[in-house]
Design a protein around this ligand. Sequence first.
Ligand code: GLP
Length: 239
Amino acid sequence: MKLLSVSNEEELSRIAAEILFAKIKSAKKLVLGLATGKTPLGMYRYLSKYSKESNQTFRHIHTVNLDEYVGSITYHEYMEENLFQHIDIPKDQTHIPDGEAENLTEECRRYEQLIKEIGGIDLQVLGIGENGHIGFNEPGTSFDARTHVVELTESTLKANAKYFVDSEQPKQAITMGIGTILESREILLLAIGERKANAVKELFKGSLNKDIPATALINHPHVTVLADKGARKLLDKES
Ligand code: GLP
């Protein structure tokens, strides 16, 4: 696991976008795994800007998002607003779990199958929860779990309550499993701010810990952690 240290959110957003944009430019076809939350917002802003300022097309890109709330289109709206409407990606090449599906078990199966059919994920972008969750894989989740429905923990509900001021916050979500995420060929984890410092510290302890889902990544051969000063606050030394 490689640590890329940056000073602040702005620099992190720019560098993350540059990493993605370089791949978008050089690949003939690319499957990007995308994340939501506050962390990747700046990265999407830069990607939208790079797209606007260049002649670079996104028509050869397929996207698969990590998760969605059950009974909700929160993350569908987020992706449309923050990225998809700013780039020329064909709508049918963007994929997000359908939280409004009648049969959620079937939806999880469909999502797994879809990822296989488009050739697997080339680069998965991840944020990290304060409790170390990735996607919505909460503490205790099996490291080989596939896409599944989860009951969100109090910690996660509290951290994300700000997005639901006008509507009721769903208590369940569909998420790619840790096993699904680990099959990505490359992973880029973004961590911003002191609230993430403990999770980042646990990640760099180097031992698997089911209570900190992100530690599953330590066995993956190609992970880069991009962390700002706040998120690195509890690391003993920087590599
Ligand atoms: C949510 C998302 C995760 C995200 C995490 C951190 O629970 N499902 O994918 O990484 O929160 O969010 P934020 O970036 O807002 O801190």
